[in-house]
Ligand binder design. Structure first.
Ligand SMILES: C[S@@+](CC[C@H](N)C(=O)[O-])C[C@H]1O[C@@H](n2cnc3c(N)ncnc32)[C@H](O)[C@@H]1O
Length: 273
């Protein structure tokens, strides 16, 4: 079977089928696919490709099939144990880097690190910062620590719930989190990529605000004076999260919109004294 015949066997978008074929055939380039479509596929490669295409047609996300997703210009390994990195989360990185001086030492913790994209990216963008990362999922922490090692980032990973695994006297200039914020019963949980992502990364199984409530309430005791809390949340949760931040006594509370113009990130600062 030729490359062209293999690609035609599955009714997938052309780019997706080419990416899956390149994944099945290490060393195959996009230029070869386009320039030499008459090249023959080895039988074992055709079988791997057919299996990947069948999984894609059944809805499995490309990121899980390829095992990788780009975030902030770097490739992160992903598996079904972690949320697939979203481009919106880059706003958290930009906020962190714009509110804290990357050239000065600072202590940072990423709560619910998943694949480690936030912690690893901050550790690489601001090598002076000491970055910790927490997750309830041991499987996610394995993926995250693999990413830190592969990308050469120093991150202190902790297993447990939110602030629990931190030392009692740990205090931070920055607490950052993209927690589960979809409410139980939201129809999106049964649609698209979300069907394949870990449920514990998506929903708090309550009203969508349970994790955000816990993080906002716990943050002031863990922030240094003038330290920042920054969280990602749903497009319709901006007002509620600002309320949680204000109730926790944080100042300069502000919601930042994503590129689609939707409320996406809320930030707040602890008093300076
Ligand atoms: C929305 S995902 C975010 C993953 C990653 N930070 C990102 O932005 O792609 C939320 C993460 O929070 C973790 N998580 C859920 N409940 C937690 C808890 N009580 N304590 C710590 N982590 C928790 C999940 O395992 C998941 O990895």
């Amino acid at each position: 079977m030729t490359i062209e015949q293999a690609l035609r066997r599955h009714p997938l978008p052309r780019l997706e089928s080419r990416m899956l074929l390149m994944h099945a055939w290490p060393g195959l380039s996009h230029a070869t696919i386009v320039g030499y479509p008459e090249r023959e596929l080895a039988e074992d490669i055709a079988m791997v490709f057919d299996a990947l295409a069948a999984r894609r047609l059944a809805g499995e996300p490309m990121a899980y099939l390829l095992g990788v997703r780009e975030f902030y210009g770097r490739d992160f390994a992903v598996s079904p144990a972690v949320l697939i990195p979203r481009p919106e989360t880059e706003h958290l990185i930009e906020q962190a880097l714009s509110r804290l001086d990357a050239a000065q030492p600072a202590r940072v913790v990423d709560l619910g690190t998943g694949s480690g994209i936030i912690a690893v990216t901050l550790a690489l963008q601001a090598p002076q910062w000491r970055v910790s990362a927490v997750d309830l999922s041991a499987e996610a922490l394995e993926v995250a620590s693999g990413n830190a090692a592969a990308l050469g980032a120093q991150v202190d990973f902790r297993h447990g719930s939110w602030f629990d695994p931190l030392a009692p006297d740990d205090r931070f200039e920055l607490i950052v989190s993209n927690p589960p914020y979809i409410e139980r019963g939201d129809r999106h949980l049964g649609e698209g990529d979300l069907r394949f992502e870990p449920r514990g990364a998506l929903t708090d199984e309550v009203d969508g605000l349970a994790c955000l409530r816990e993080i906002a309430a716990g943050a002031p005791a863990r922030l240094l004076p003038a330290g920042w809390l920054m969280v990602e949340h749903g497009y319709d949760q901006g007002a509620a999260v600002r309320g949680l931040f204000c109730a926790a006594g944080l100042l300069q509370v502000e919601t930042i919109r994503d590129l689609a113009g939707q409320d996406r990130i809320t930030i707040g600062q602890k008093r300076a004294d």
